[in-house]
Design a protein around this ligand. Structure first.
Ligand code: 13P
Length: 250
């Protein structure tokens, strides 16, 4: 039985003080002893260390939203996986469509990041997703398969990898994939992973759905056989909504 995982991706929102306030509120709600699902929050880099201290006593895991593929060196403005480790992170989100779309991250770059983050002992949330154009052109499955295969190239052990399926057209748009649309892609990702690794690895892999998940649609999405939780954007900025989504995974 896979343990579901719900992670709040705060994106570029909240100052350090606001992040501490929100994290404190969420930690009070989540507390300890949540056994039905794993919970994480991904604040801005700047707030990671402080937020880590605030949530330390709770079951919430600290996640970053990105990292570089080298540990150190002349890469102005970048943050490495090793630095994230030292800030208290256990997870890092990689290959988010906003990174791919706005910052030119190719699957090859995402793959380098995945390998470095895993080597540094971080768990990785590898994001994949098709654009509206790709969905309308009927190439969703091949796009997603390509992103999964390239993202995991050279990764021999995927026990520390979570995949997040986030259709680009559903992110921040209020348009959610139907549970059937999401389930179809999740099942195909699992089949791809079974082909790349084996049936056991595929069976253990957690695949989150992301894209306009809200308290009102989370129960239905999370009840699908291949949907193992969610990567939550907008709704994770409100402690009550985020908690309601966590409860939907239980
Ligand atoms: P929204 O929940 O705001 O659509 O964002 C989803 C997302 O991109 C999470 O990484």
């Amino acid at each position: 039985m896979r343990k579901k995982i719900v992670v709040g991706n705060w994106k570029m929102n909240n100052t350090i003080a606001e992040s501490i306030e929100l994290a404190t509120e969420i930690a009070e709600k989540v507390g300890t002893g949540i056994i039905c699902c794993e919970v994480g929050i991904a604040p801005t880099f700047l707030a990671l260390h402080e937020v880590g201290k605030v949530i330390e006593w709770s079951d919430i895991r600290l996640s970053a939203q990105n990292c570089h593929y080298e540990n150190d060196g002349a890469f102005t403005g970048e943050v490495s996986a090793r630095m994230l480790q030292s800030a208290g992170c256990s997870y890092v989100i990689l290959g988010h469509s906003e990174r791919r779309q706005f910052f030119g991250e190719s699957s090859a770059i995402v793959n380098r990041k995945v390998k470095k983050a895993l080597a540094e002992g971080l768990k990785v949330i590898l994001c994949v997703g098709e654009t509206l154009q790709e969905r309308e052109a009927g190439i969703t499955e091949s796009v997603i398969t390509g992103q999964v295969v390239e993202g995991l190239d050279g990764v021999s052990d995927i026990s520390n990898v979570v995949i997040a399926y986030e259709p680009v057209w559903a992110i921040g748009t209020g348009k959610t994939a139907t549970s059937a649309q999401a389930e179809e892609v999740h099942a195909s990702i699992r089949a791809t992973v079974a082909g790349l690794y084996d049936a056991t690895a595929a069976d253990h892999l957690r695949i989150q759905y992301g894209g306009s998940v809200k308290p009102s649609n989370a129960v239905e999405l999370f009840s699908m056989p291949n949907i193992d939780g969610g990567l939550i954007g907008g709704a994770s900025l409100n402690a009550e909504d985020f908690m309601a989504i966590i409860k939907a995974a239980c």
